[in-house]
Design a protein around this ligand. Structure first.
Ligand code: ZN
Length: 432
């Protein structure tokens, strides 16, 4: 049930003591070995010795993705390149990518955390793990891979893509665990159905999905279509990669591995810490990283702290499932809209597929939102009147959830492009 019970179930007081000790070491490392942090600390007159308690965390400056970009490629590293054994980077869809490095010890810690995450998510060393996360600069593939090997499971390094082959291998090799993005899991399920393979014909029992926000209804949909139990895993390359946190079998929030990462939820506008239960931006301070320590890294991911202990026995804090990213949030006519809200409505209503696209535009001075939704195969071949009725009900439901008027366009099944990694849900024409 646990990979490392001593650390995962550590009593709160002992855990806090360990965190403080590690925070102080990280702050010293950042100050003495990273010119960016030394300057940032000096600007506010702060020295490593000023951090005397965990509350003092709030005195430290934030780190943003822009800081990593400004110091591209290696300016944030705290060790010479001779100690770096691995380099990963983000996709860099907007501007320069961010580059991250790992020492041998960092890779060791990451593998350990990933093994811990896999066990927490329901995997054991007897599993055959089909790892359909992309291998390469993206941390997903290799992160899961090293964790699976550390766990002692059998890992199939299939990477993303070639979905028919994924299904064939899943069936023939007897894969029991699938790891990929939730949108890709859904696509695999779709292709499996097209190939005439039923969930009972495969051995898959568990799915560990992440790298994009997904709703509770999406979980139920994937679980039903693949006949599995699915959990949400969290991580980001700037902090380490996957394995920062994961849901346990309670499926009620993600445990963040607090002996390695110190978390806060802040108001993204004021930067002030928020109490448990209140939604804000997740901020992470690494506690054990050598190559790239990050102090109060602003993840832009939106969540809240779940108060109270978890029945699974792990003492590490839990955060609620992510509802989106501050940069996914669309502001349409002054109202905050998240693509995940649309997803929930679609899955709860039925008659449609959870494939959708939000198109934001501006007519004159007014923002418009069009939502393209795929109709399910059975309904599509049906009478026009039923489609009109569905469109009307969807529009009504979406407008009451989002709080703005929307145009709903029903489109043919399989006409919205599928993704083998992170799905594209929004086209914002206002920026062009
Ligand atoms: Zn738990």
């Amino acid at each position: 049930m646990y990979w490392n019970e001593r650390y995962e179930c550590m009593p709160a007081a002992e855990l806090q003591e360990l965190q403080l000790e590690r925070l102080q070491a990280t702050v010293r490392r950042a100050f003495f070995d990273v010119p960016f942090y030394r300057r940032a600390f000096q600007e506010i007159g702060l020295e490593p010795g000023d951090i005397k308690s965990l509350d003092d965390l709030q005195r430290l400056p934030f780190t943003t993705k822009q800081d990593l970009r400004d110091n591209y490629p290696y300016g944030m590293f705290a060790v010479p390149m001779s100690e770096i054994v691995r380099i990963h980077s983000s996709s860099g869809t907007t501007g320069k990518p961010t580059v991250v490095g790992y020492t041998r010890h960092d890779i060791d810690v990451w593998s350990e955390l990933m093994a811990r995450a896999l066990v927490c998510g329901g995997a054991t060393r007897h599993d055959i793990i089909q790892n359909a996360y992309g291998y390469g600069l993206f941390t997903g593939g290799l992160g899961i891979h090293y964790g699976s090997e550390r766990l002692g499971a059998s890992v199939i390094p299939i990477s993303g893509g070639n979905t028919k082959r994924q299904v064939m291998i899943m069936k023939d090799y007897g894969s029991t665990v699938l790891t990929c993005t939730p949108s890709y899991a859904l696509h695999i399920a779709e292709v499996m159905a097209e190939m005439g393979i039923k969930p009972e014909e495969i051995k898959l029992r568990c799915g560990i999905f992440g790298a994009e926000p997904w709703s509770e209804s999406m979980r139920q949909e994937i679980e039903k279509r693949l006949g599995i139990s699915a959990v949400d895993i969290y991580g980001l390359s700037e902090v380490i990669g996957p394995g920062v946190g994961i849901e346990c079998q309670e499926k009620n929030g993600l445990h963040i591995f607090a002996d390695h990462f110190l978390i806060e939820i802040i108001d993204p506008v004021t930067g002030k810490q928020l109490p448990p239960g209140q939604r804000g931006e997740l901020v992470i301070t690494s506690l054990t990283k050598e190559a790239l320590p990050v102090i109060r890294y602003r993840t832009r991911d939106i969540t809240s702290l779940i108060p109270g202990p978890c029945p699974c026995g792990r003492t590490h804090p839990r955060v609620a499932r992510f509802t989106g990213r501050t940069d996914d949030m669309l502001i349409i006519r002054g109202v905050n809209v998240f693509p995940s809200q649309v997803e929930s409505v679609l899955l709860e209503m039925g008659g449609t597929e959870p494939h959708y696209l939000l198109i934001v535009d501006r007519q004159g001075s007014l923002d418009t939102l069009e939502i393209k939704v795929e109709v399910s195969e059975t309904l599509f071949s049906d009478k026009v009147r039923r489609l009109e009725d569905l469109e009307k009900r969807l529009r009504h439901e979406l407008e009451s959830t989002l709080g703005i008027s929307v145009k709903v366009t029903l489109v043919e099944p399989k006409s919205i492009q599928r993704s083998e990694g992170k799905a594209v849900r929004v086209i914002d024409k206002r920026k062009i």
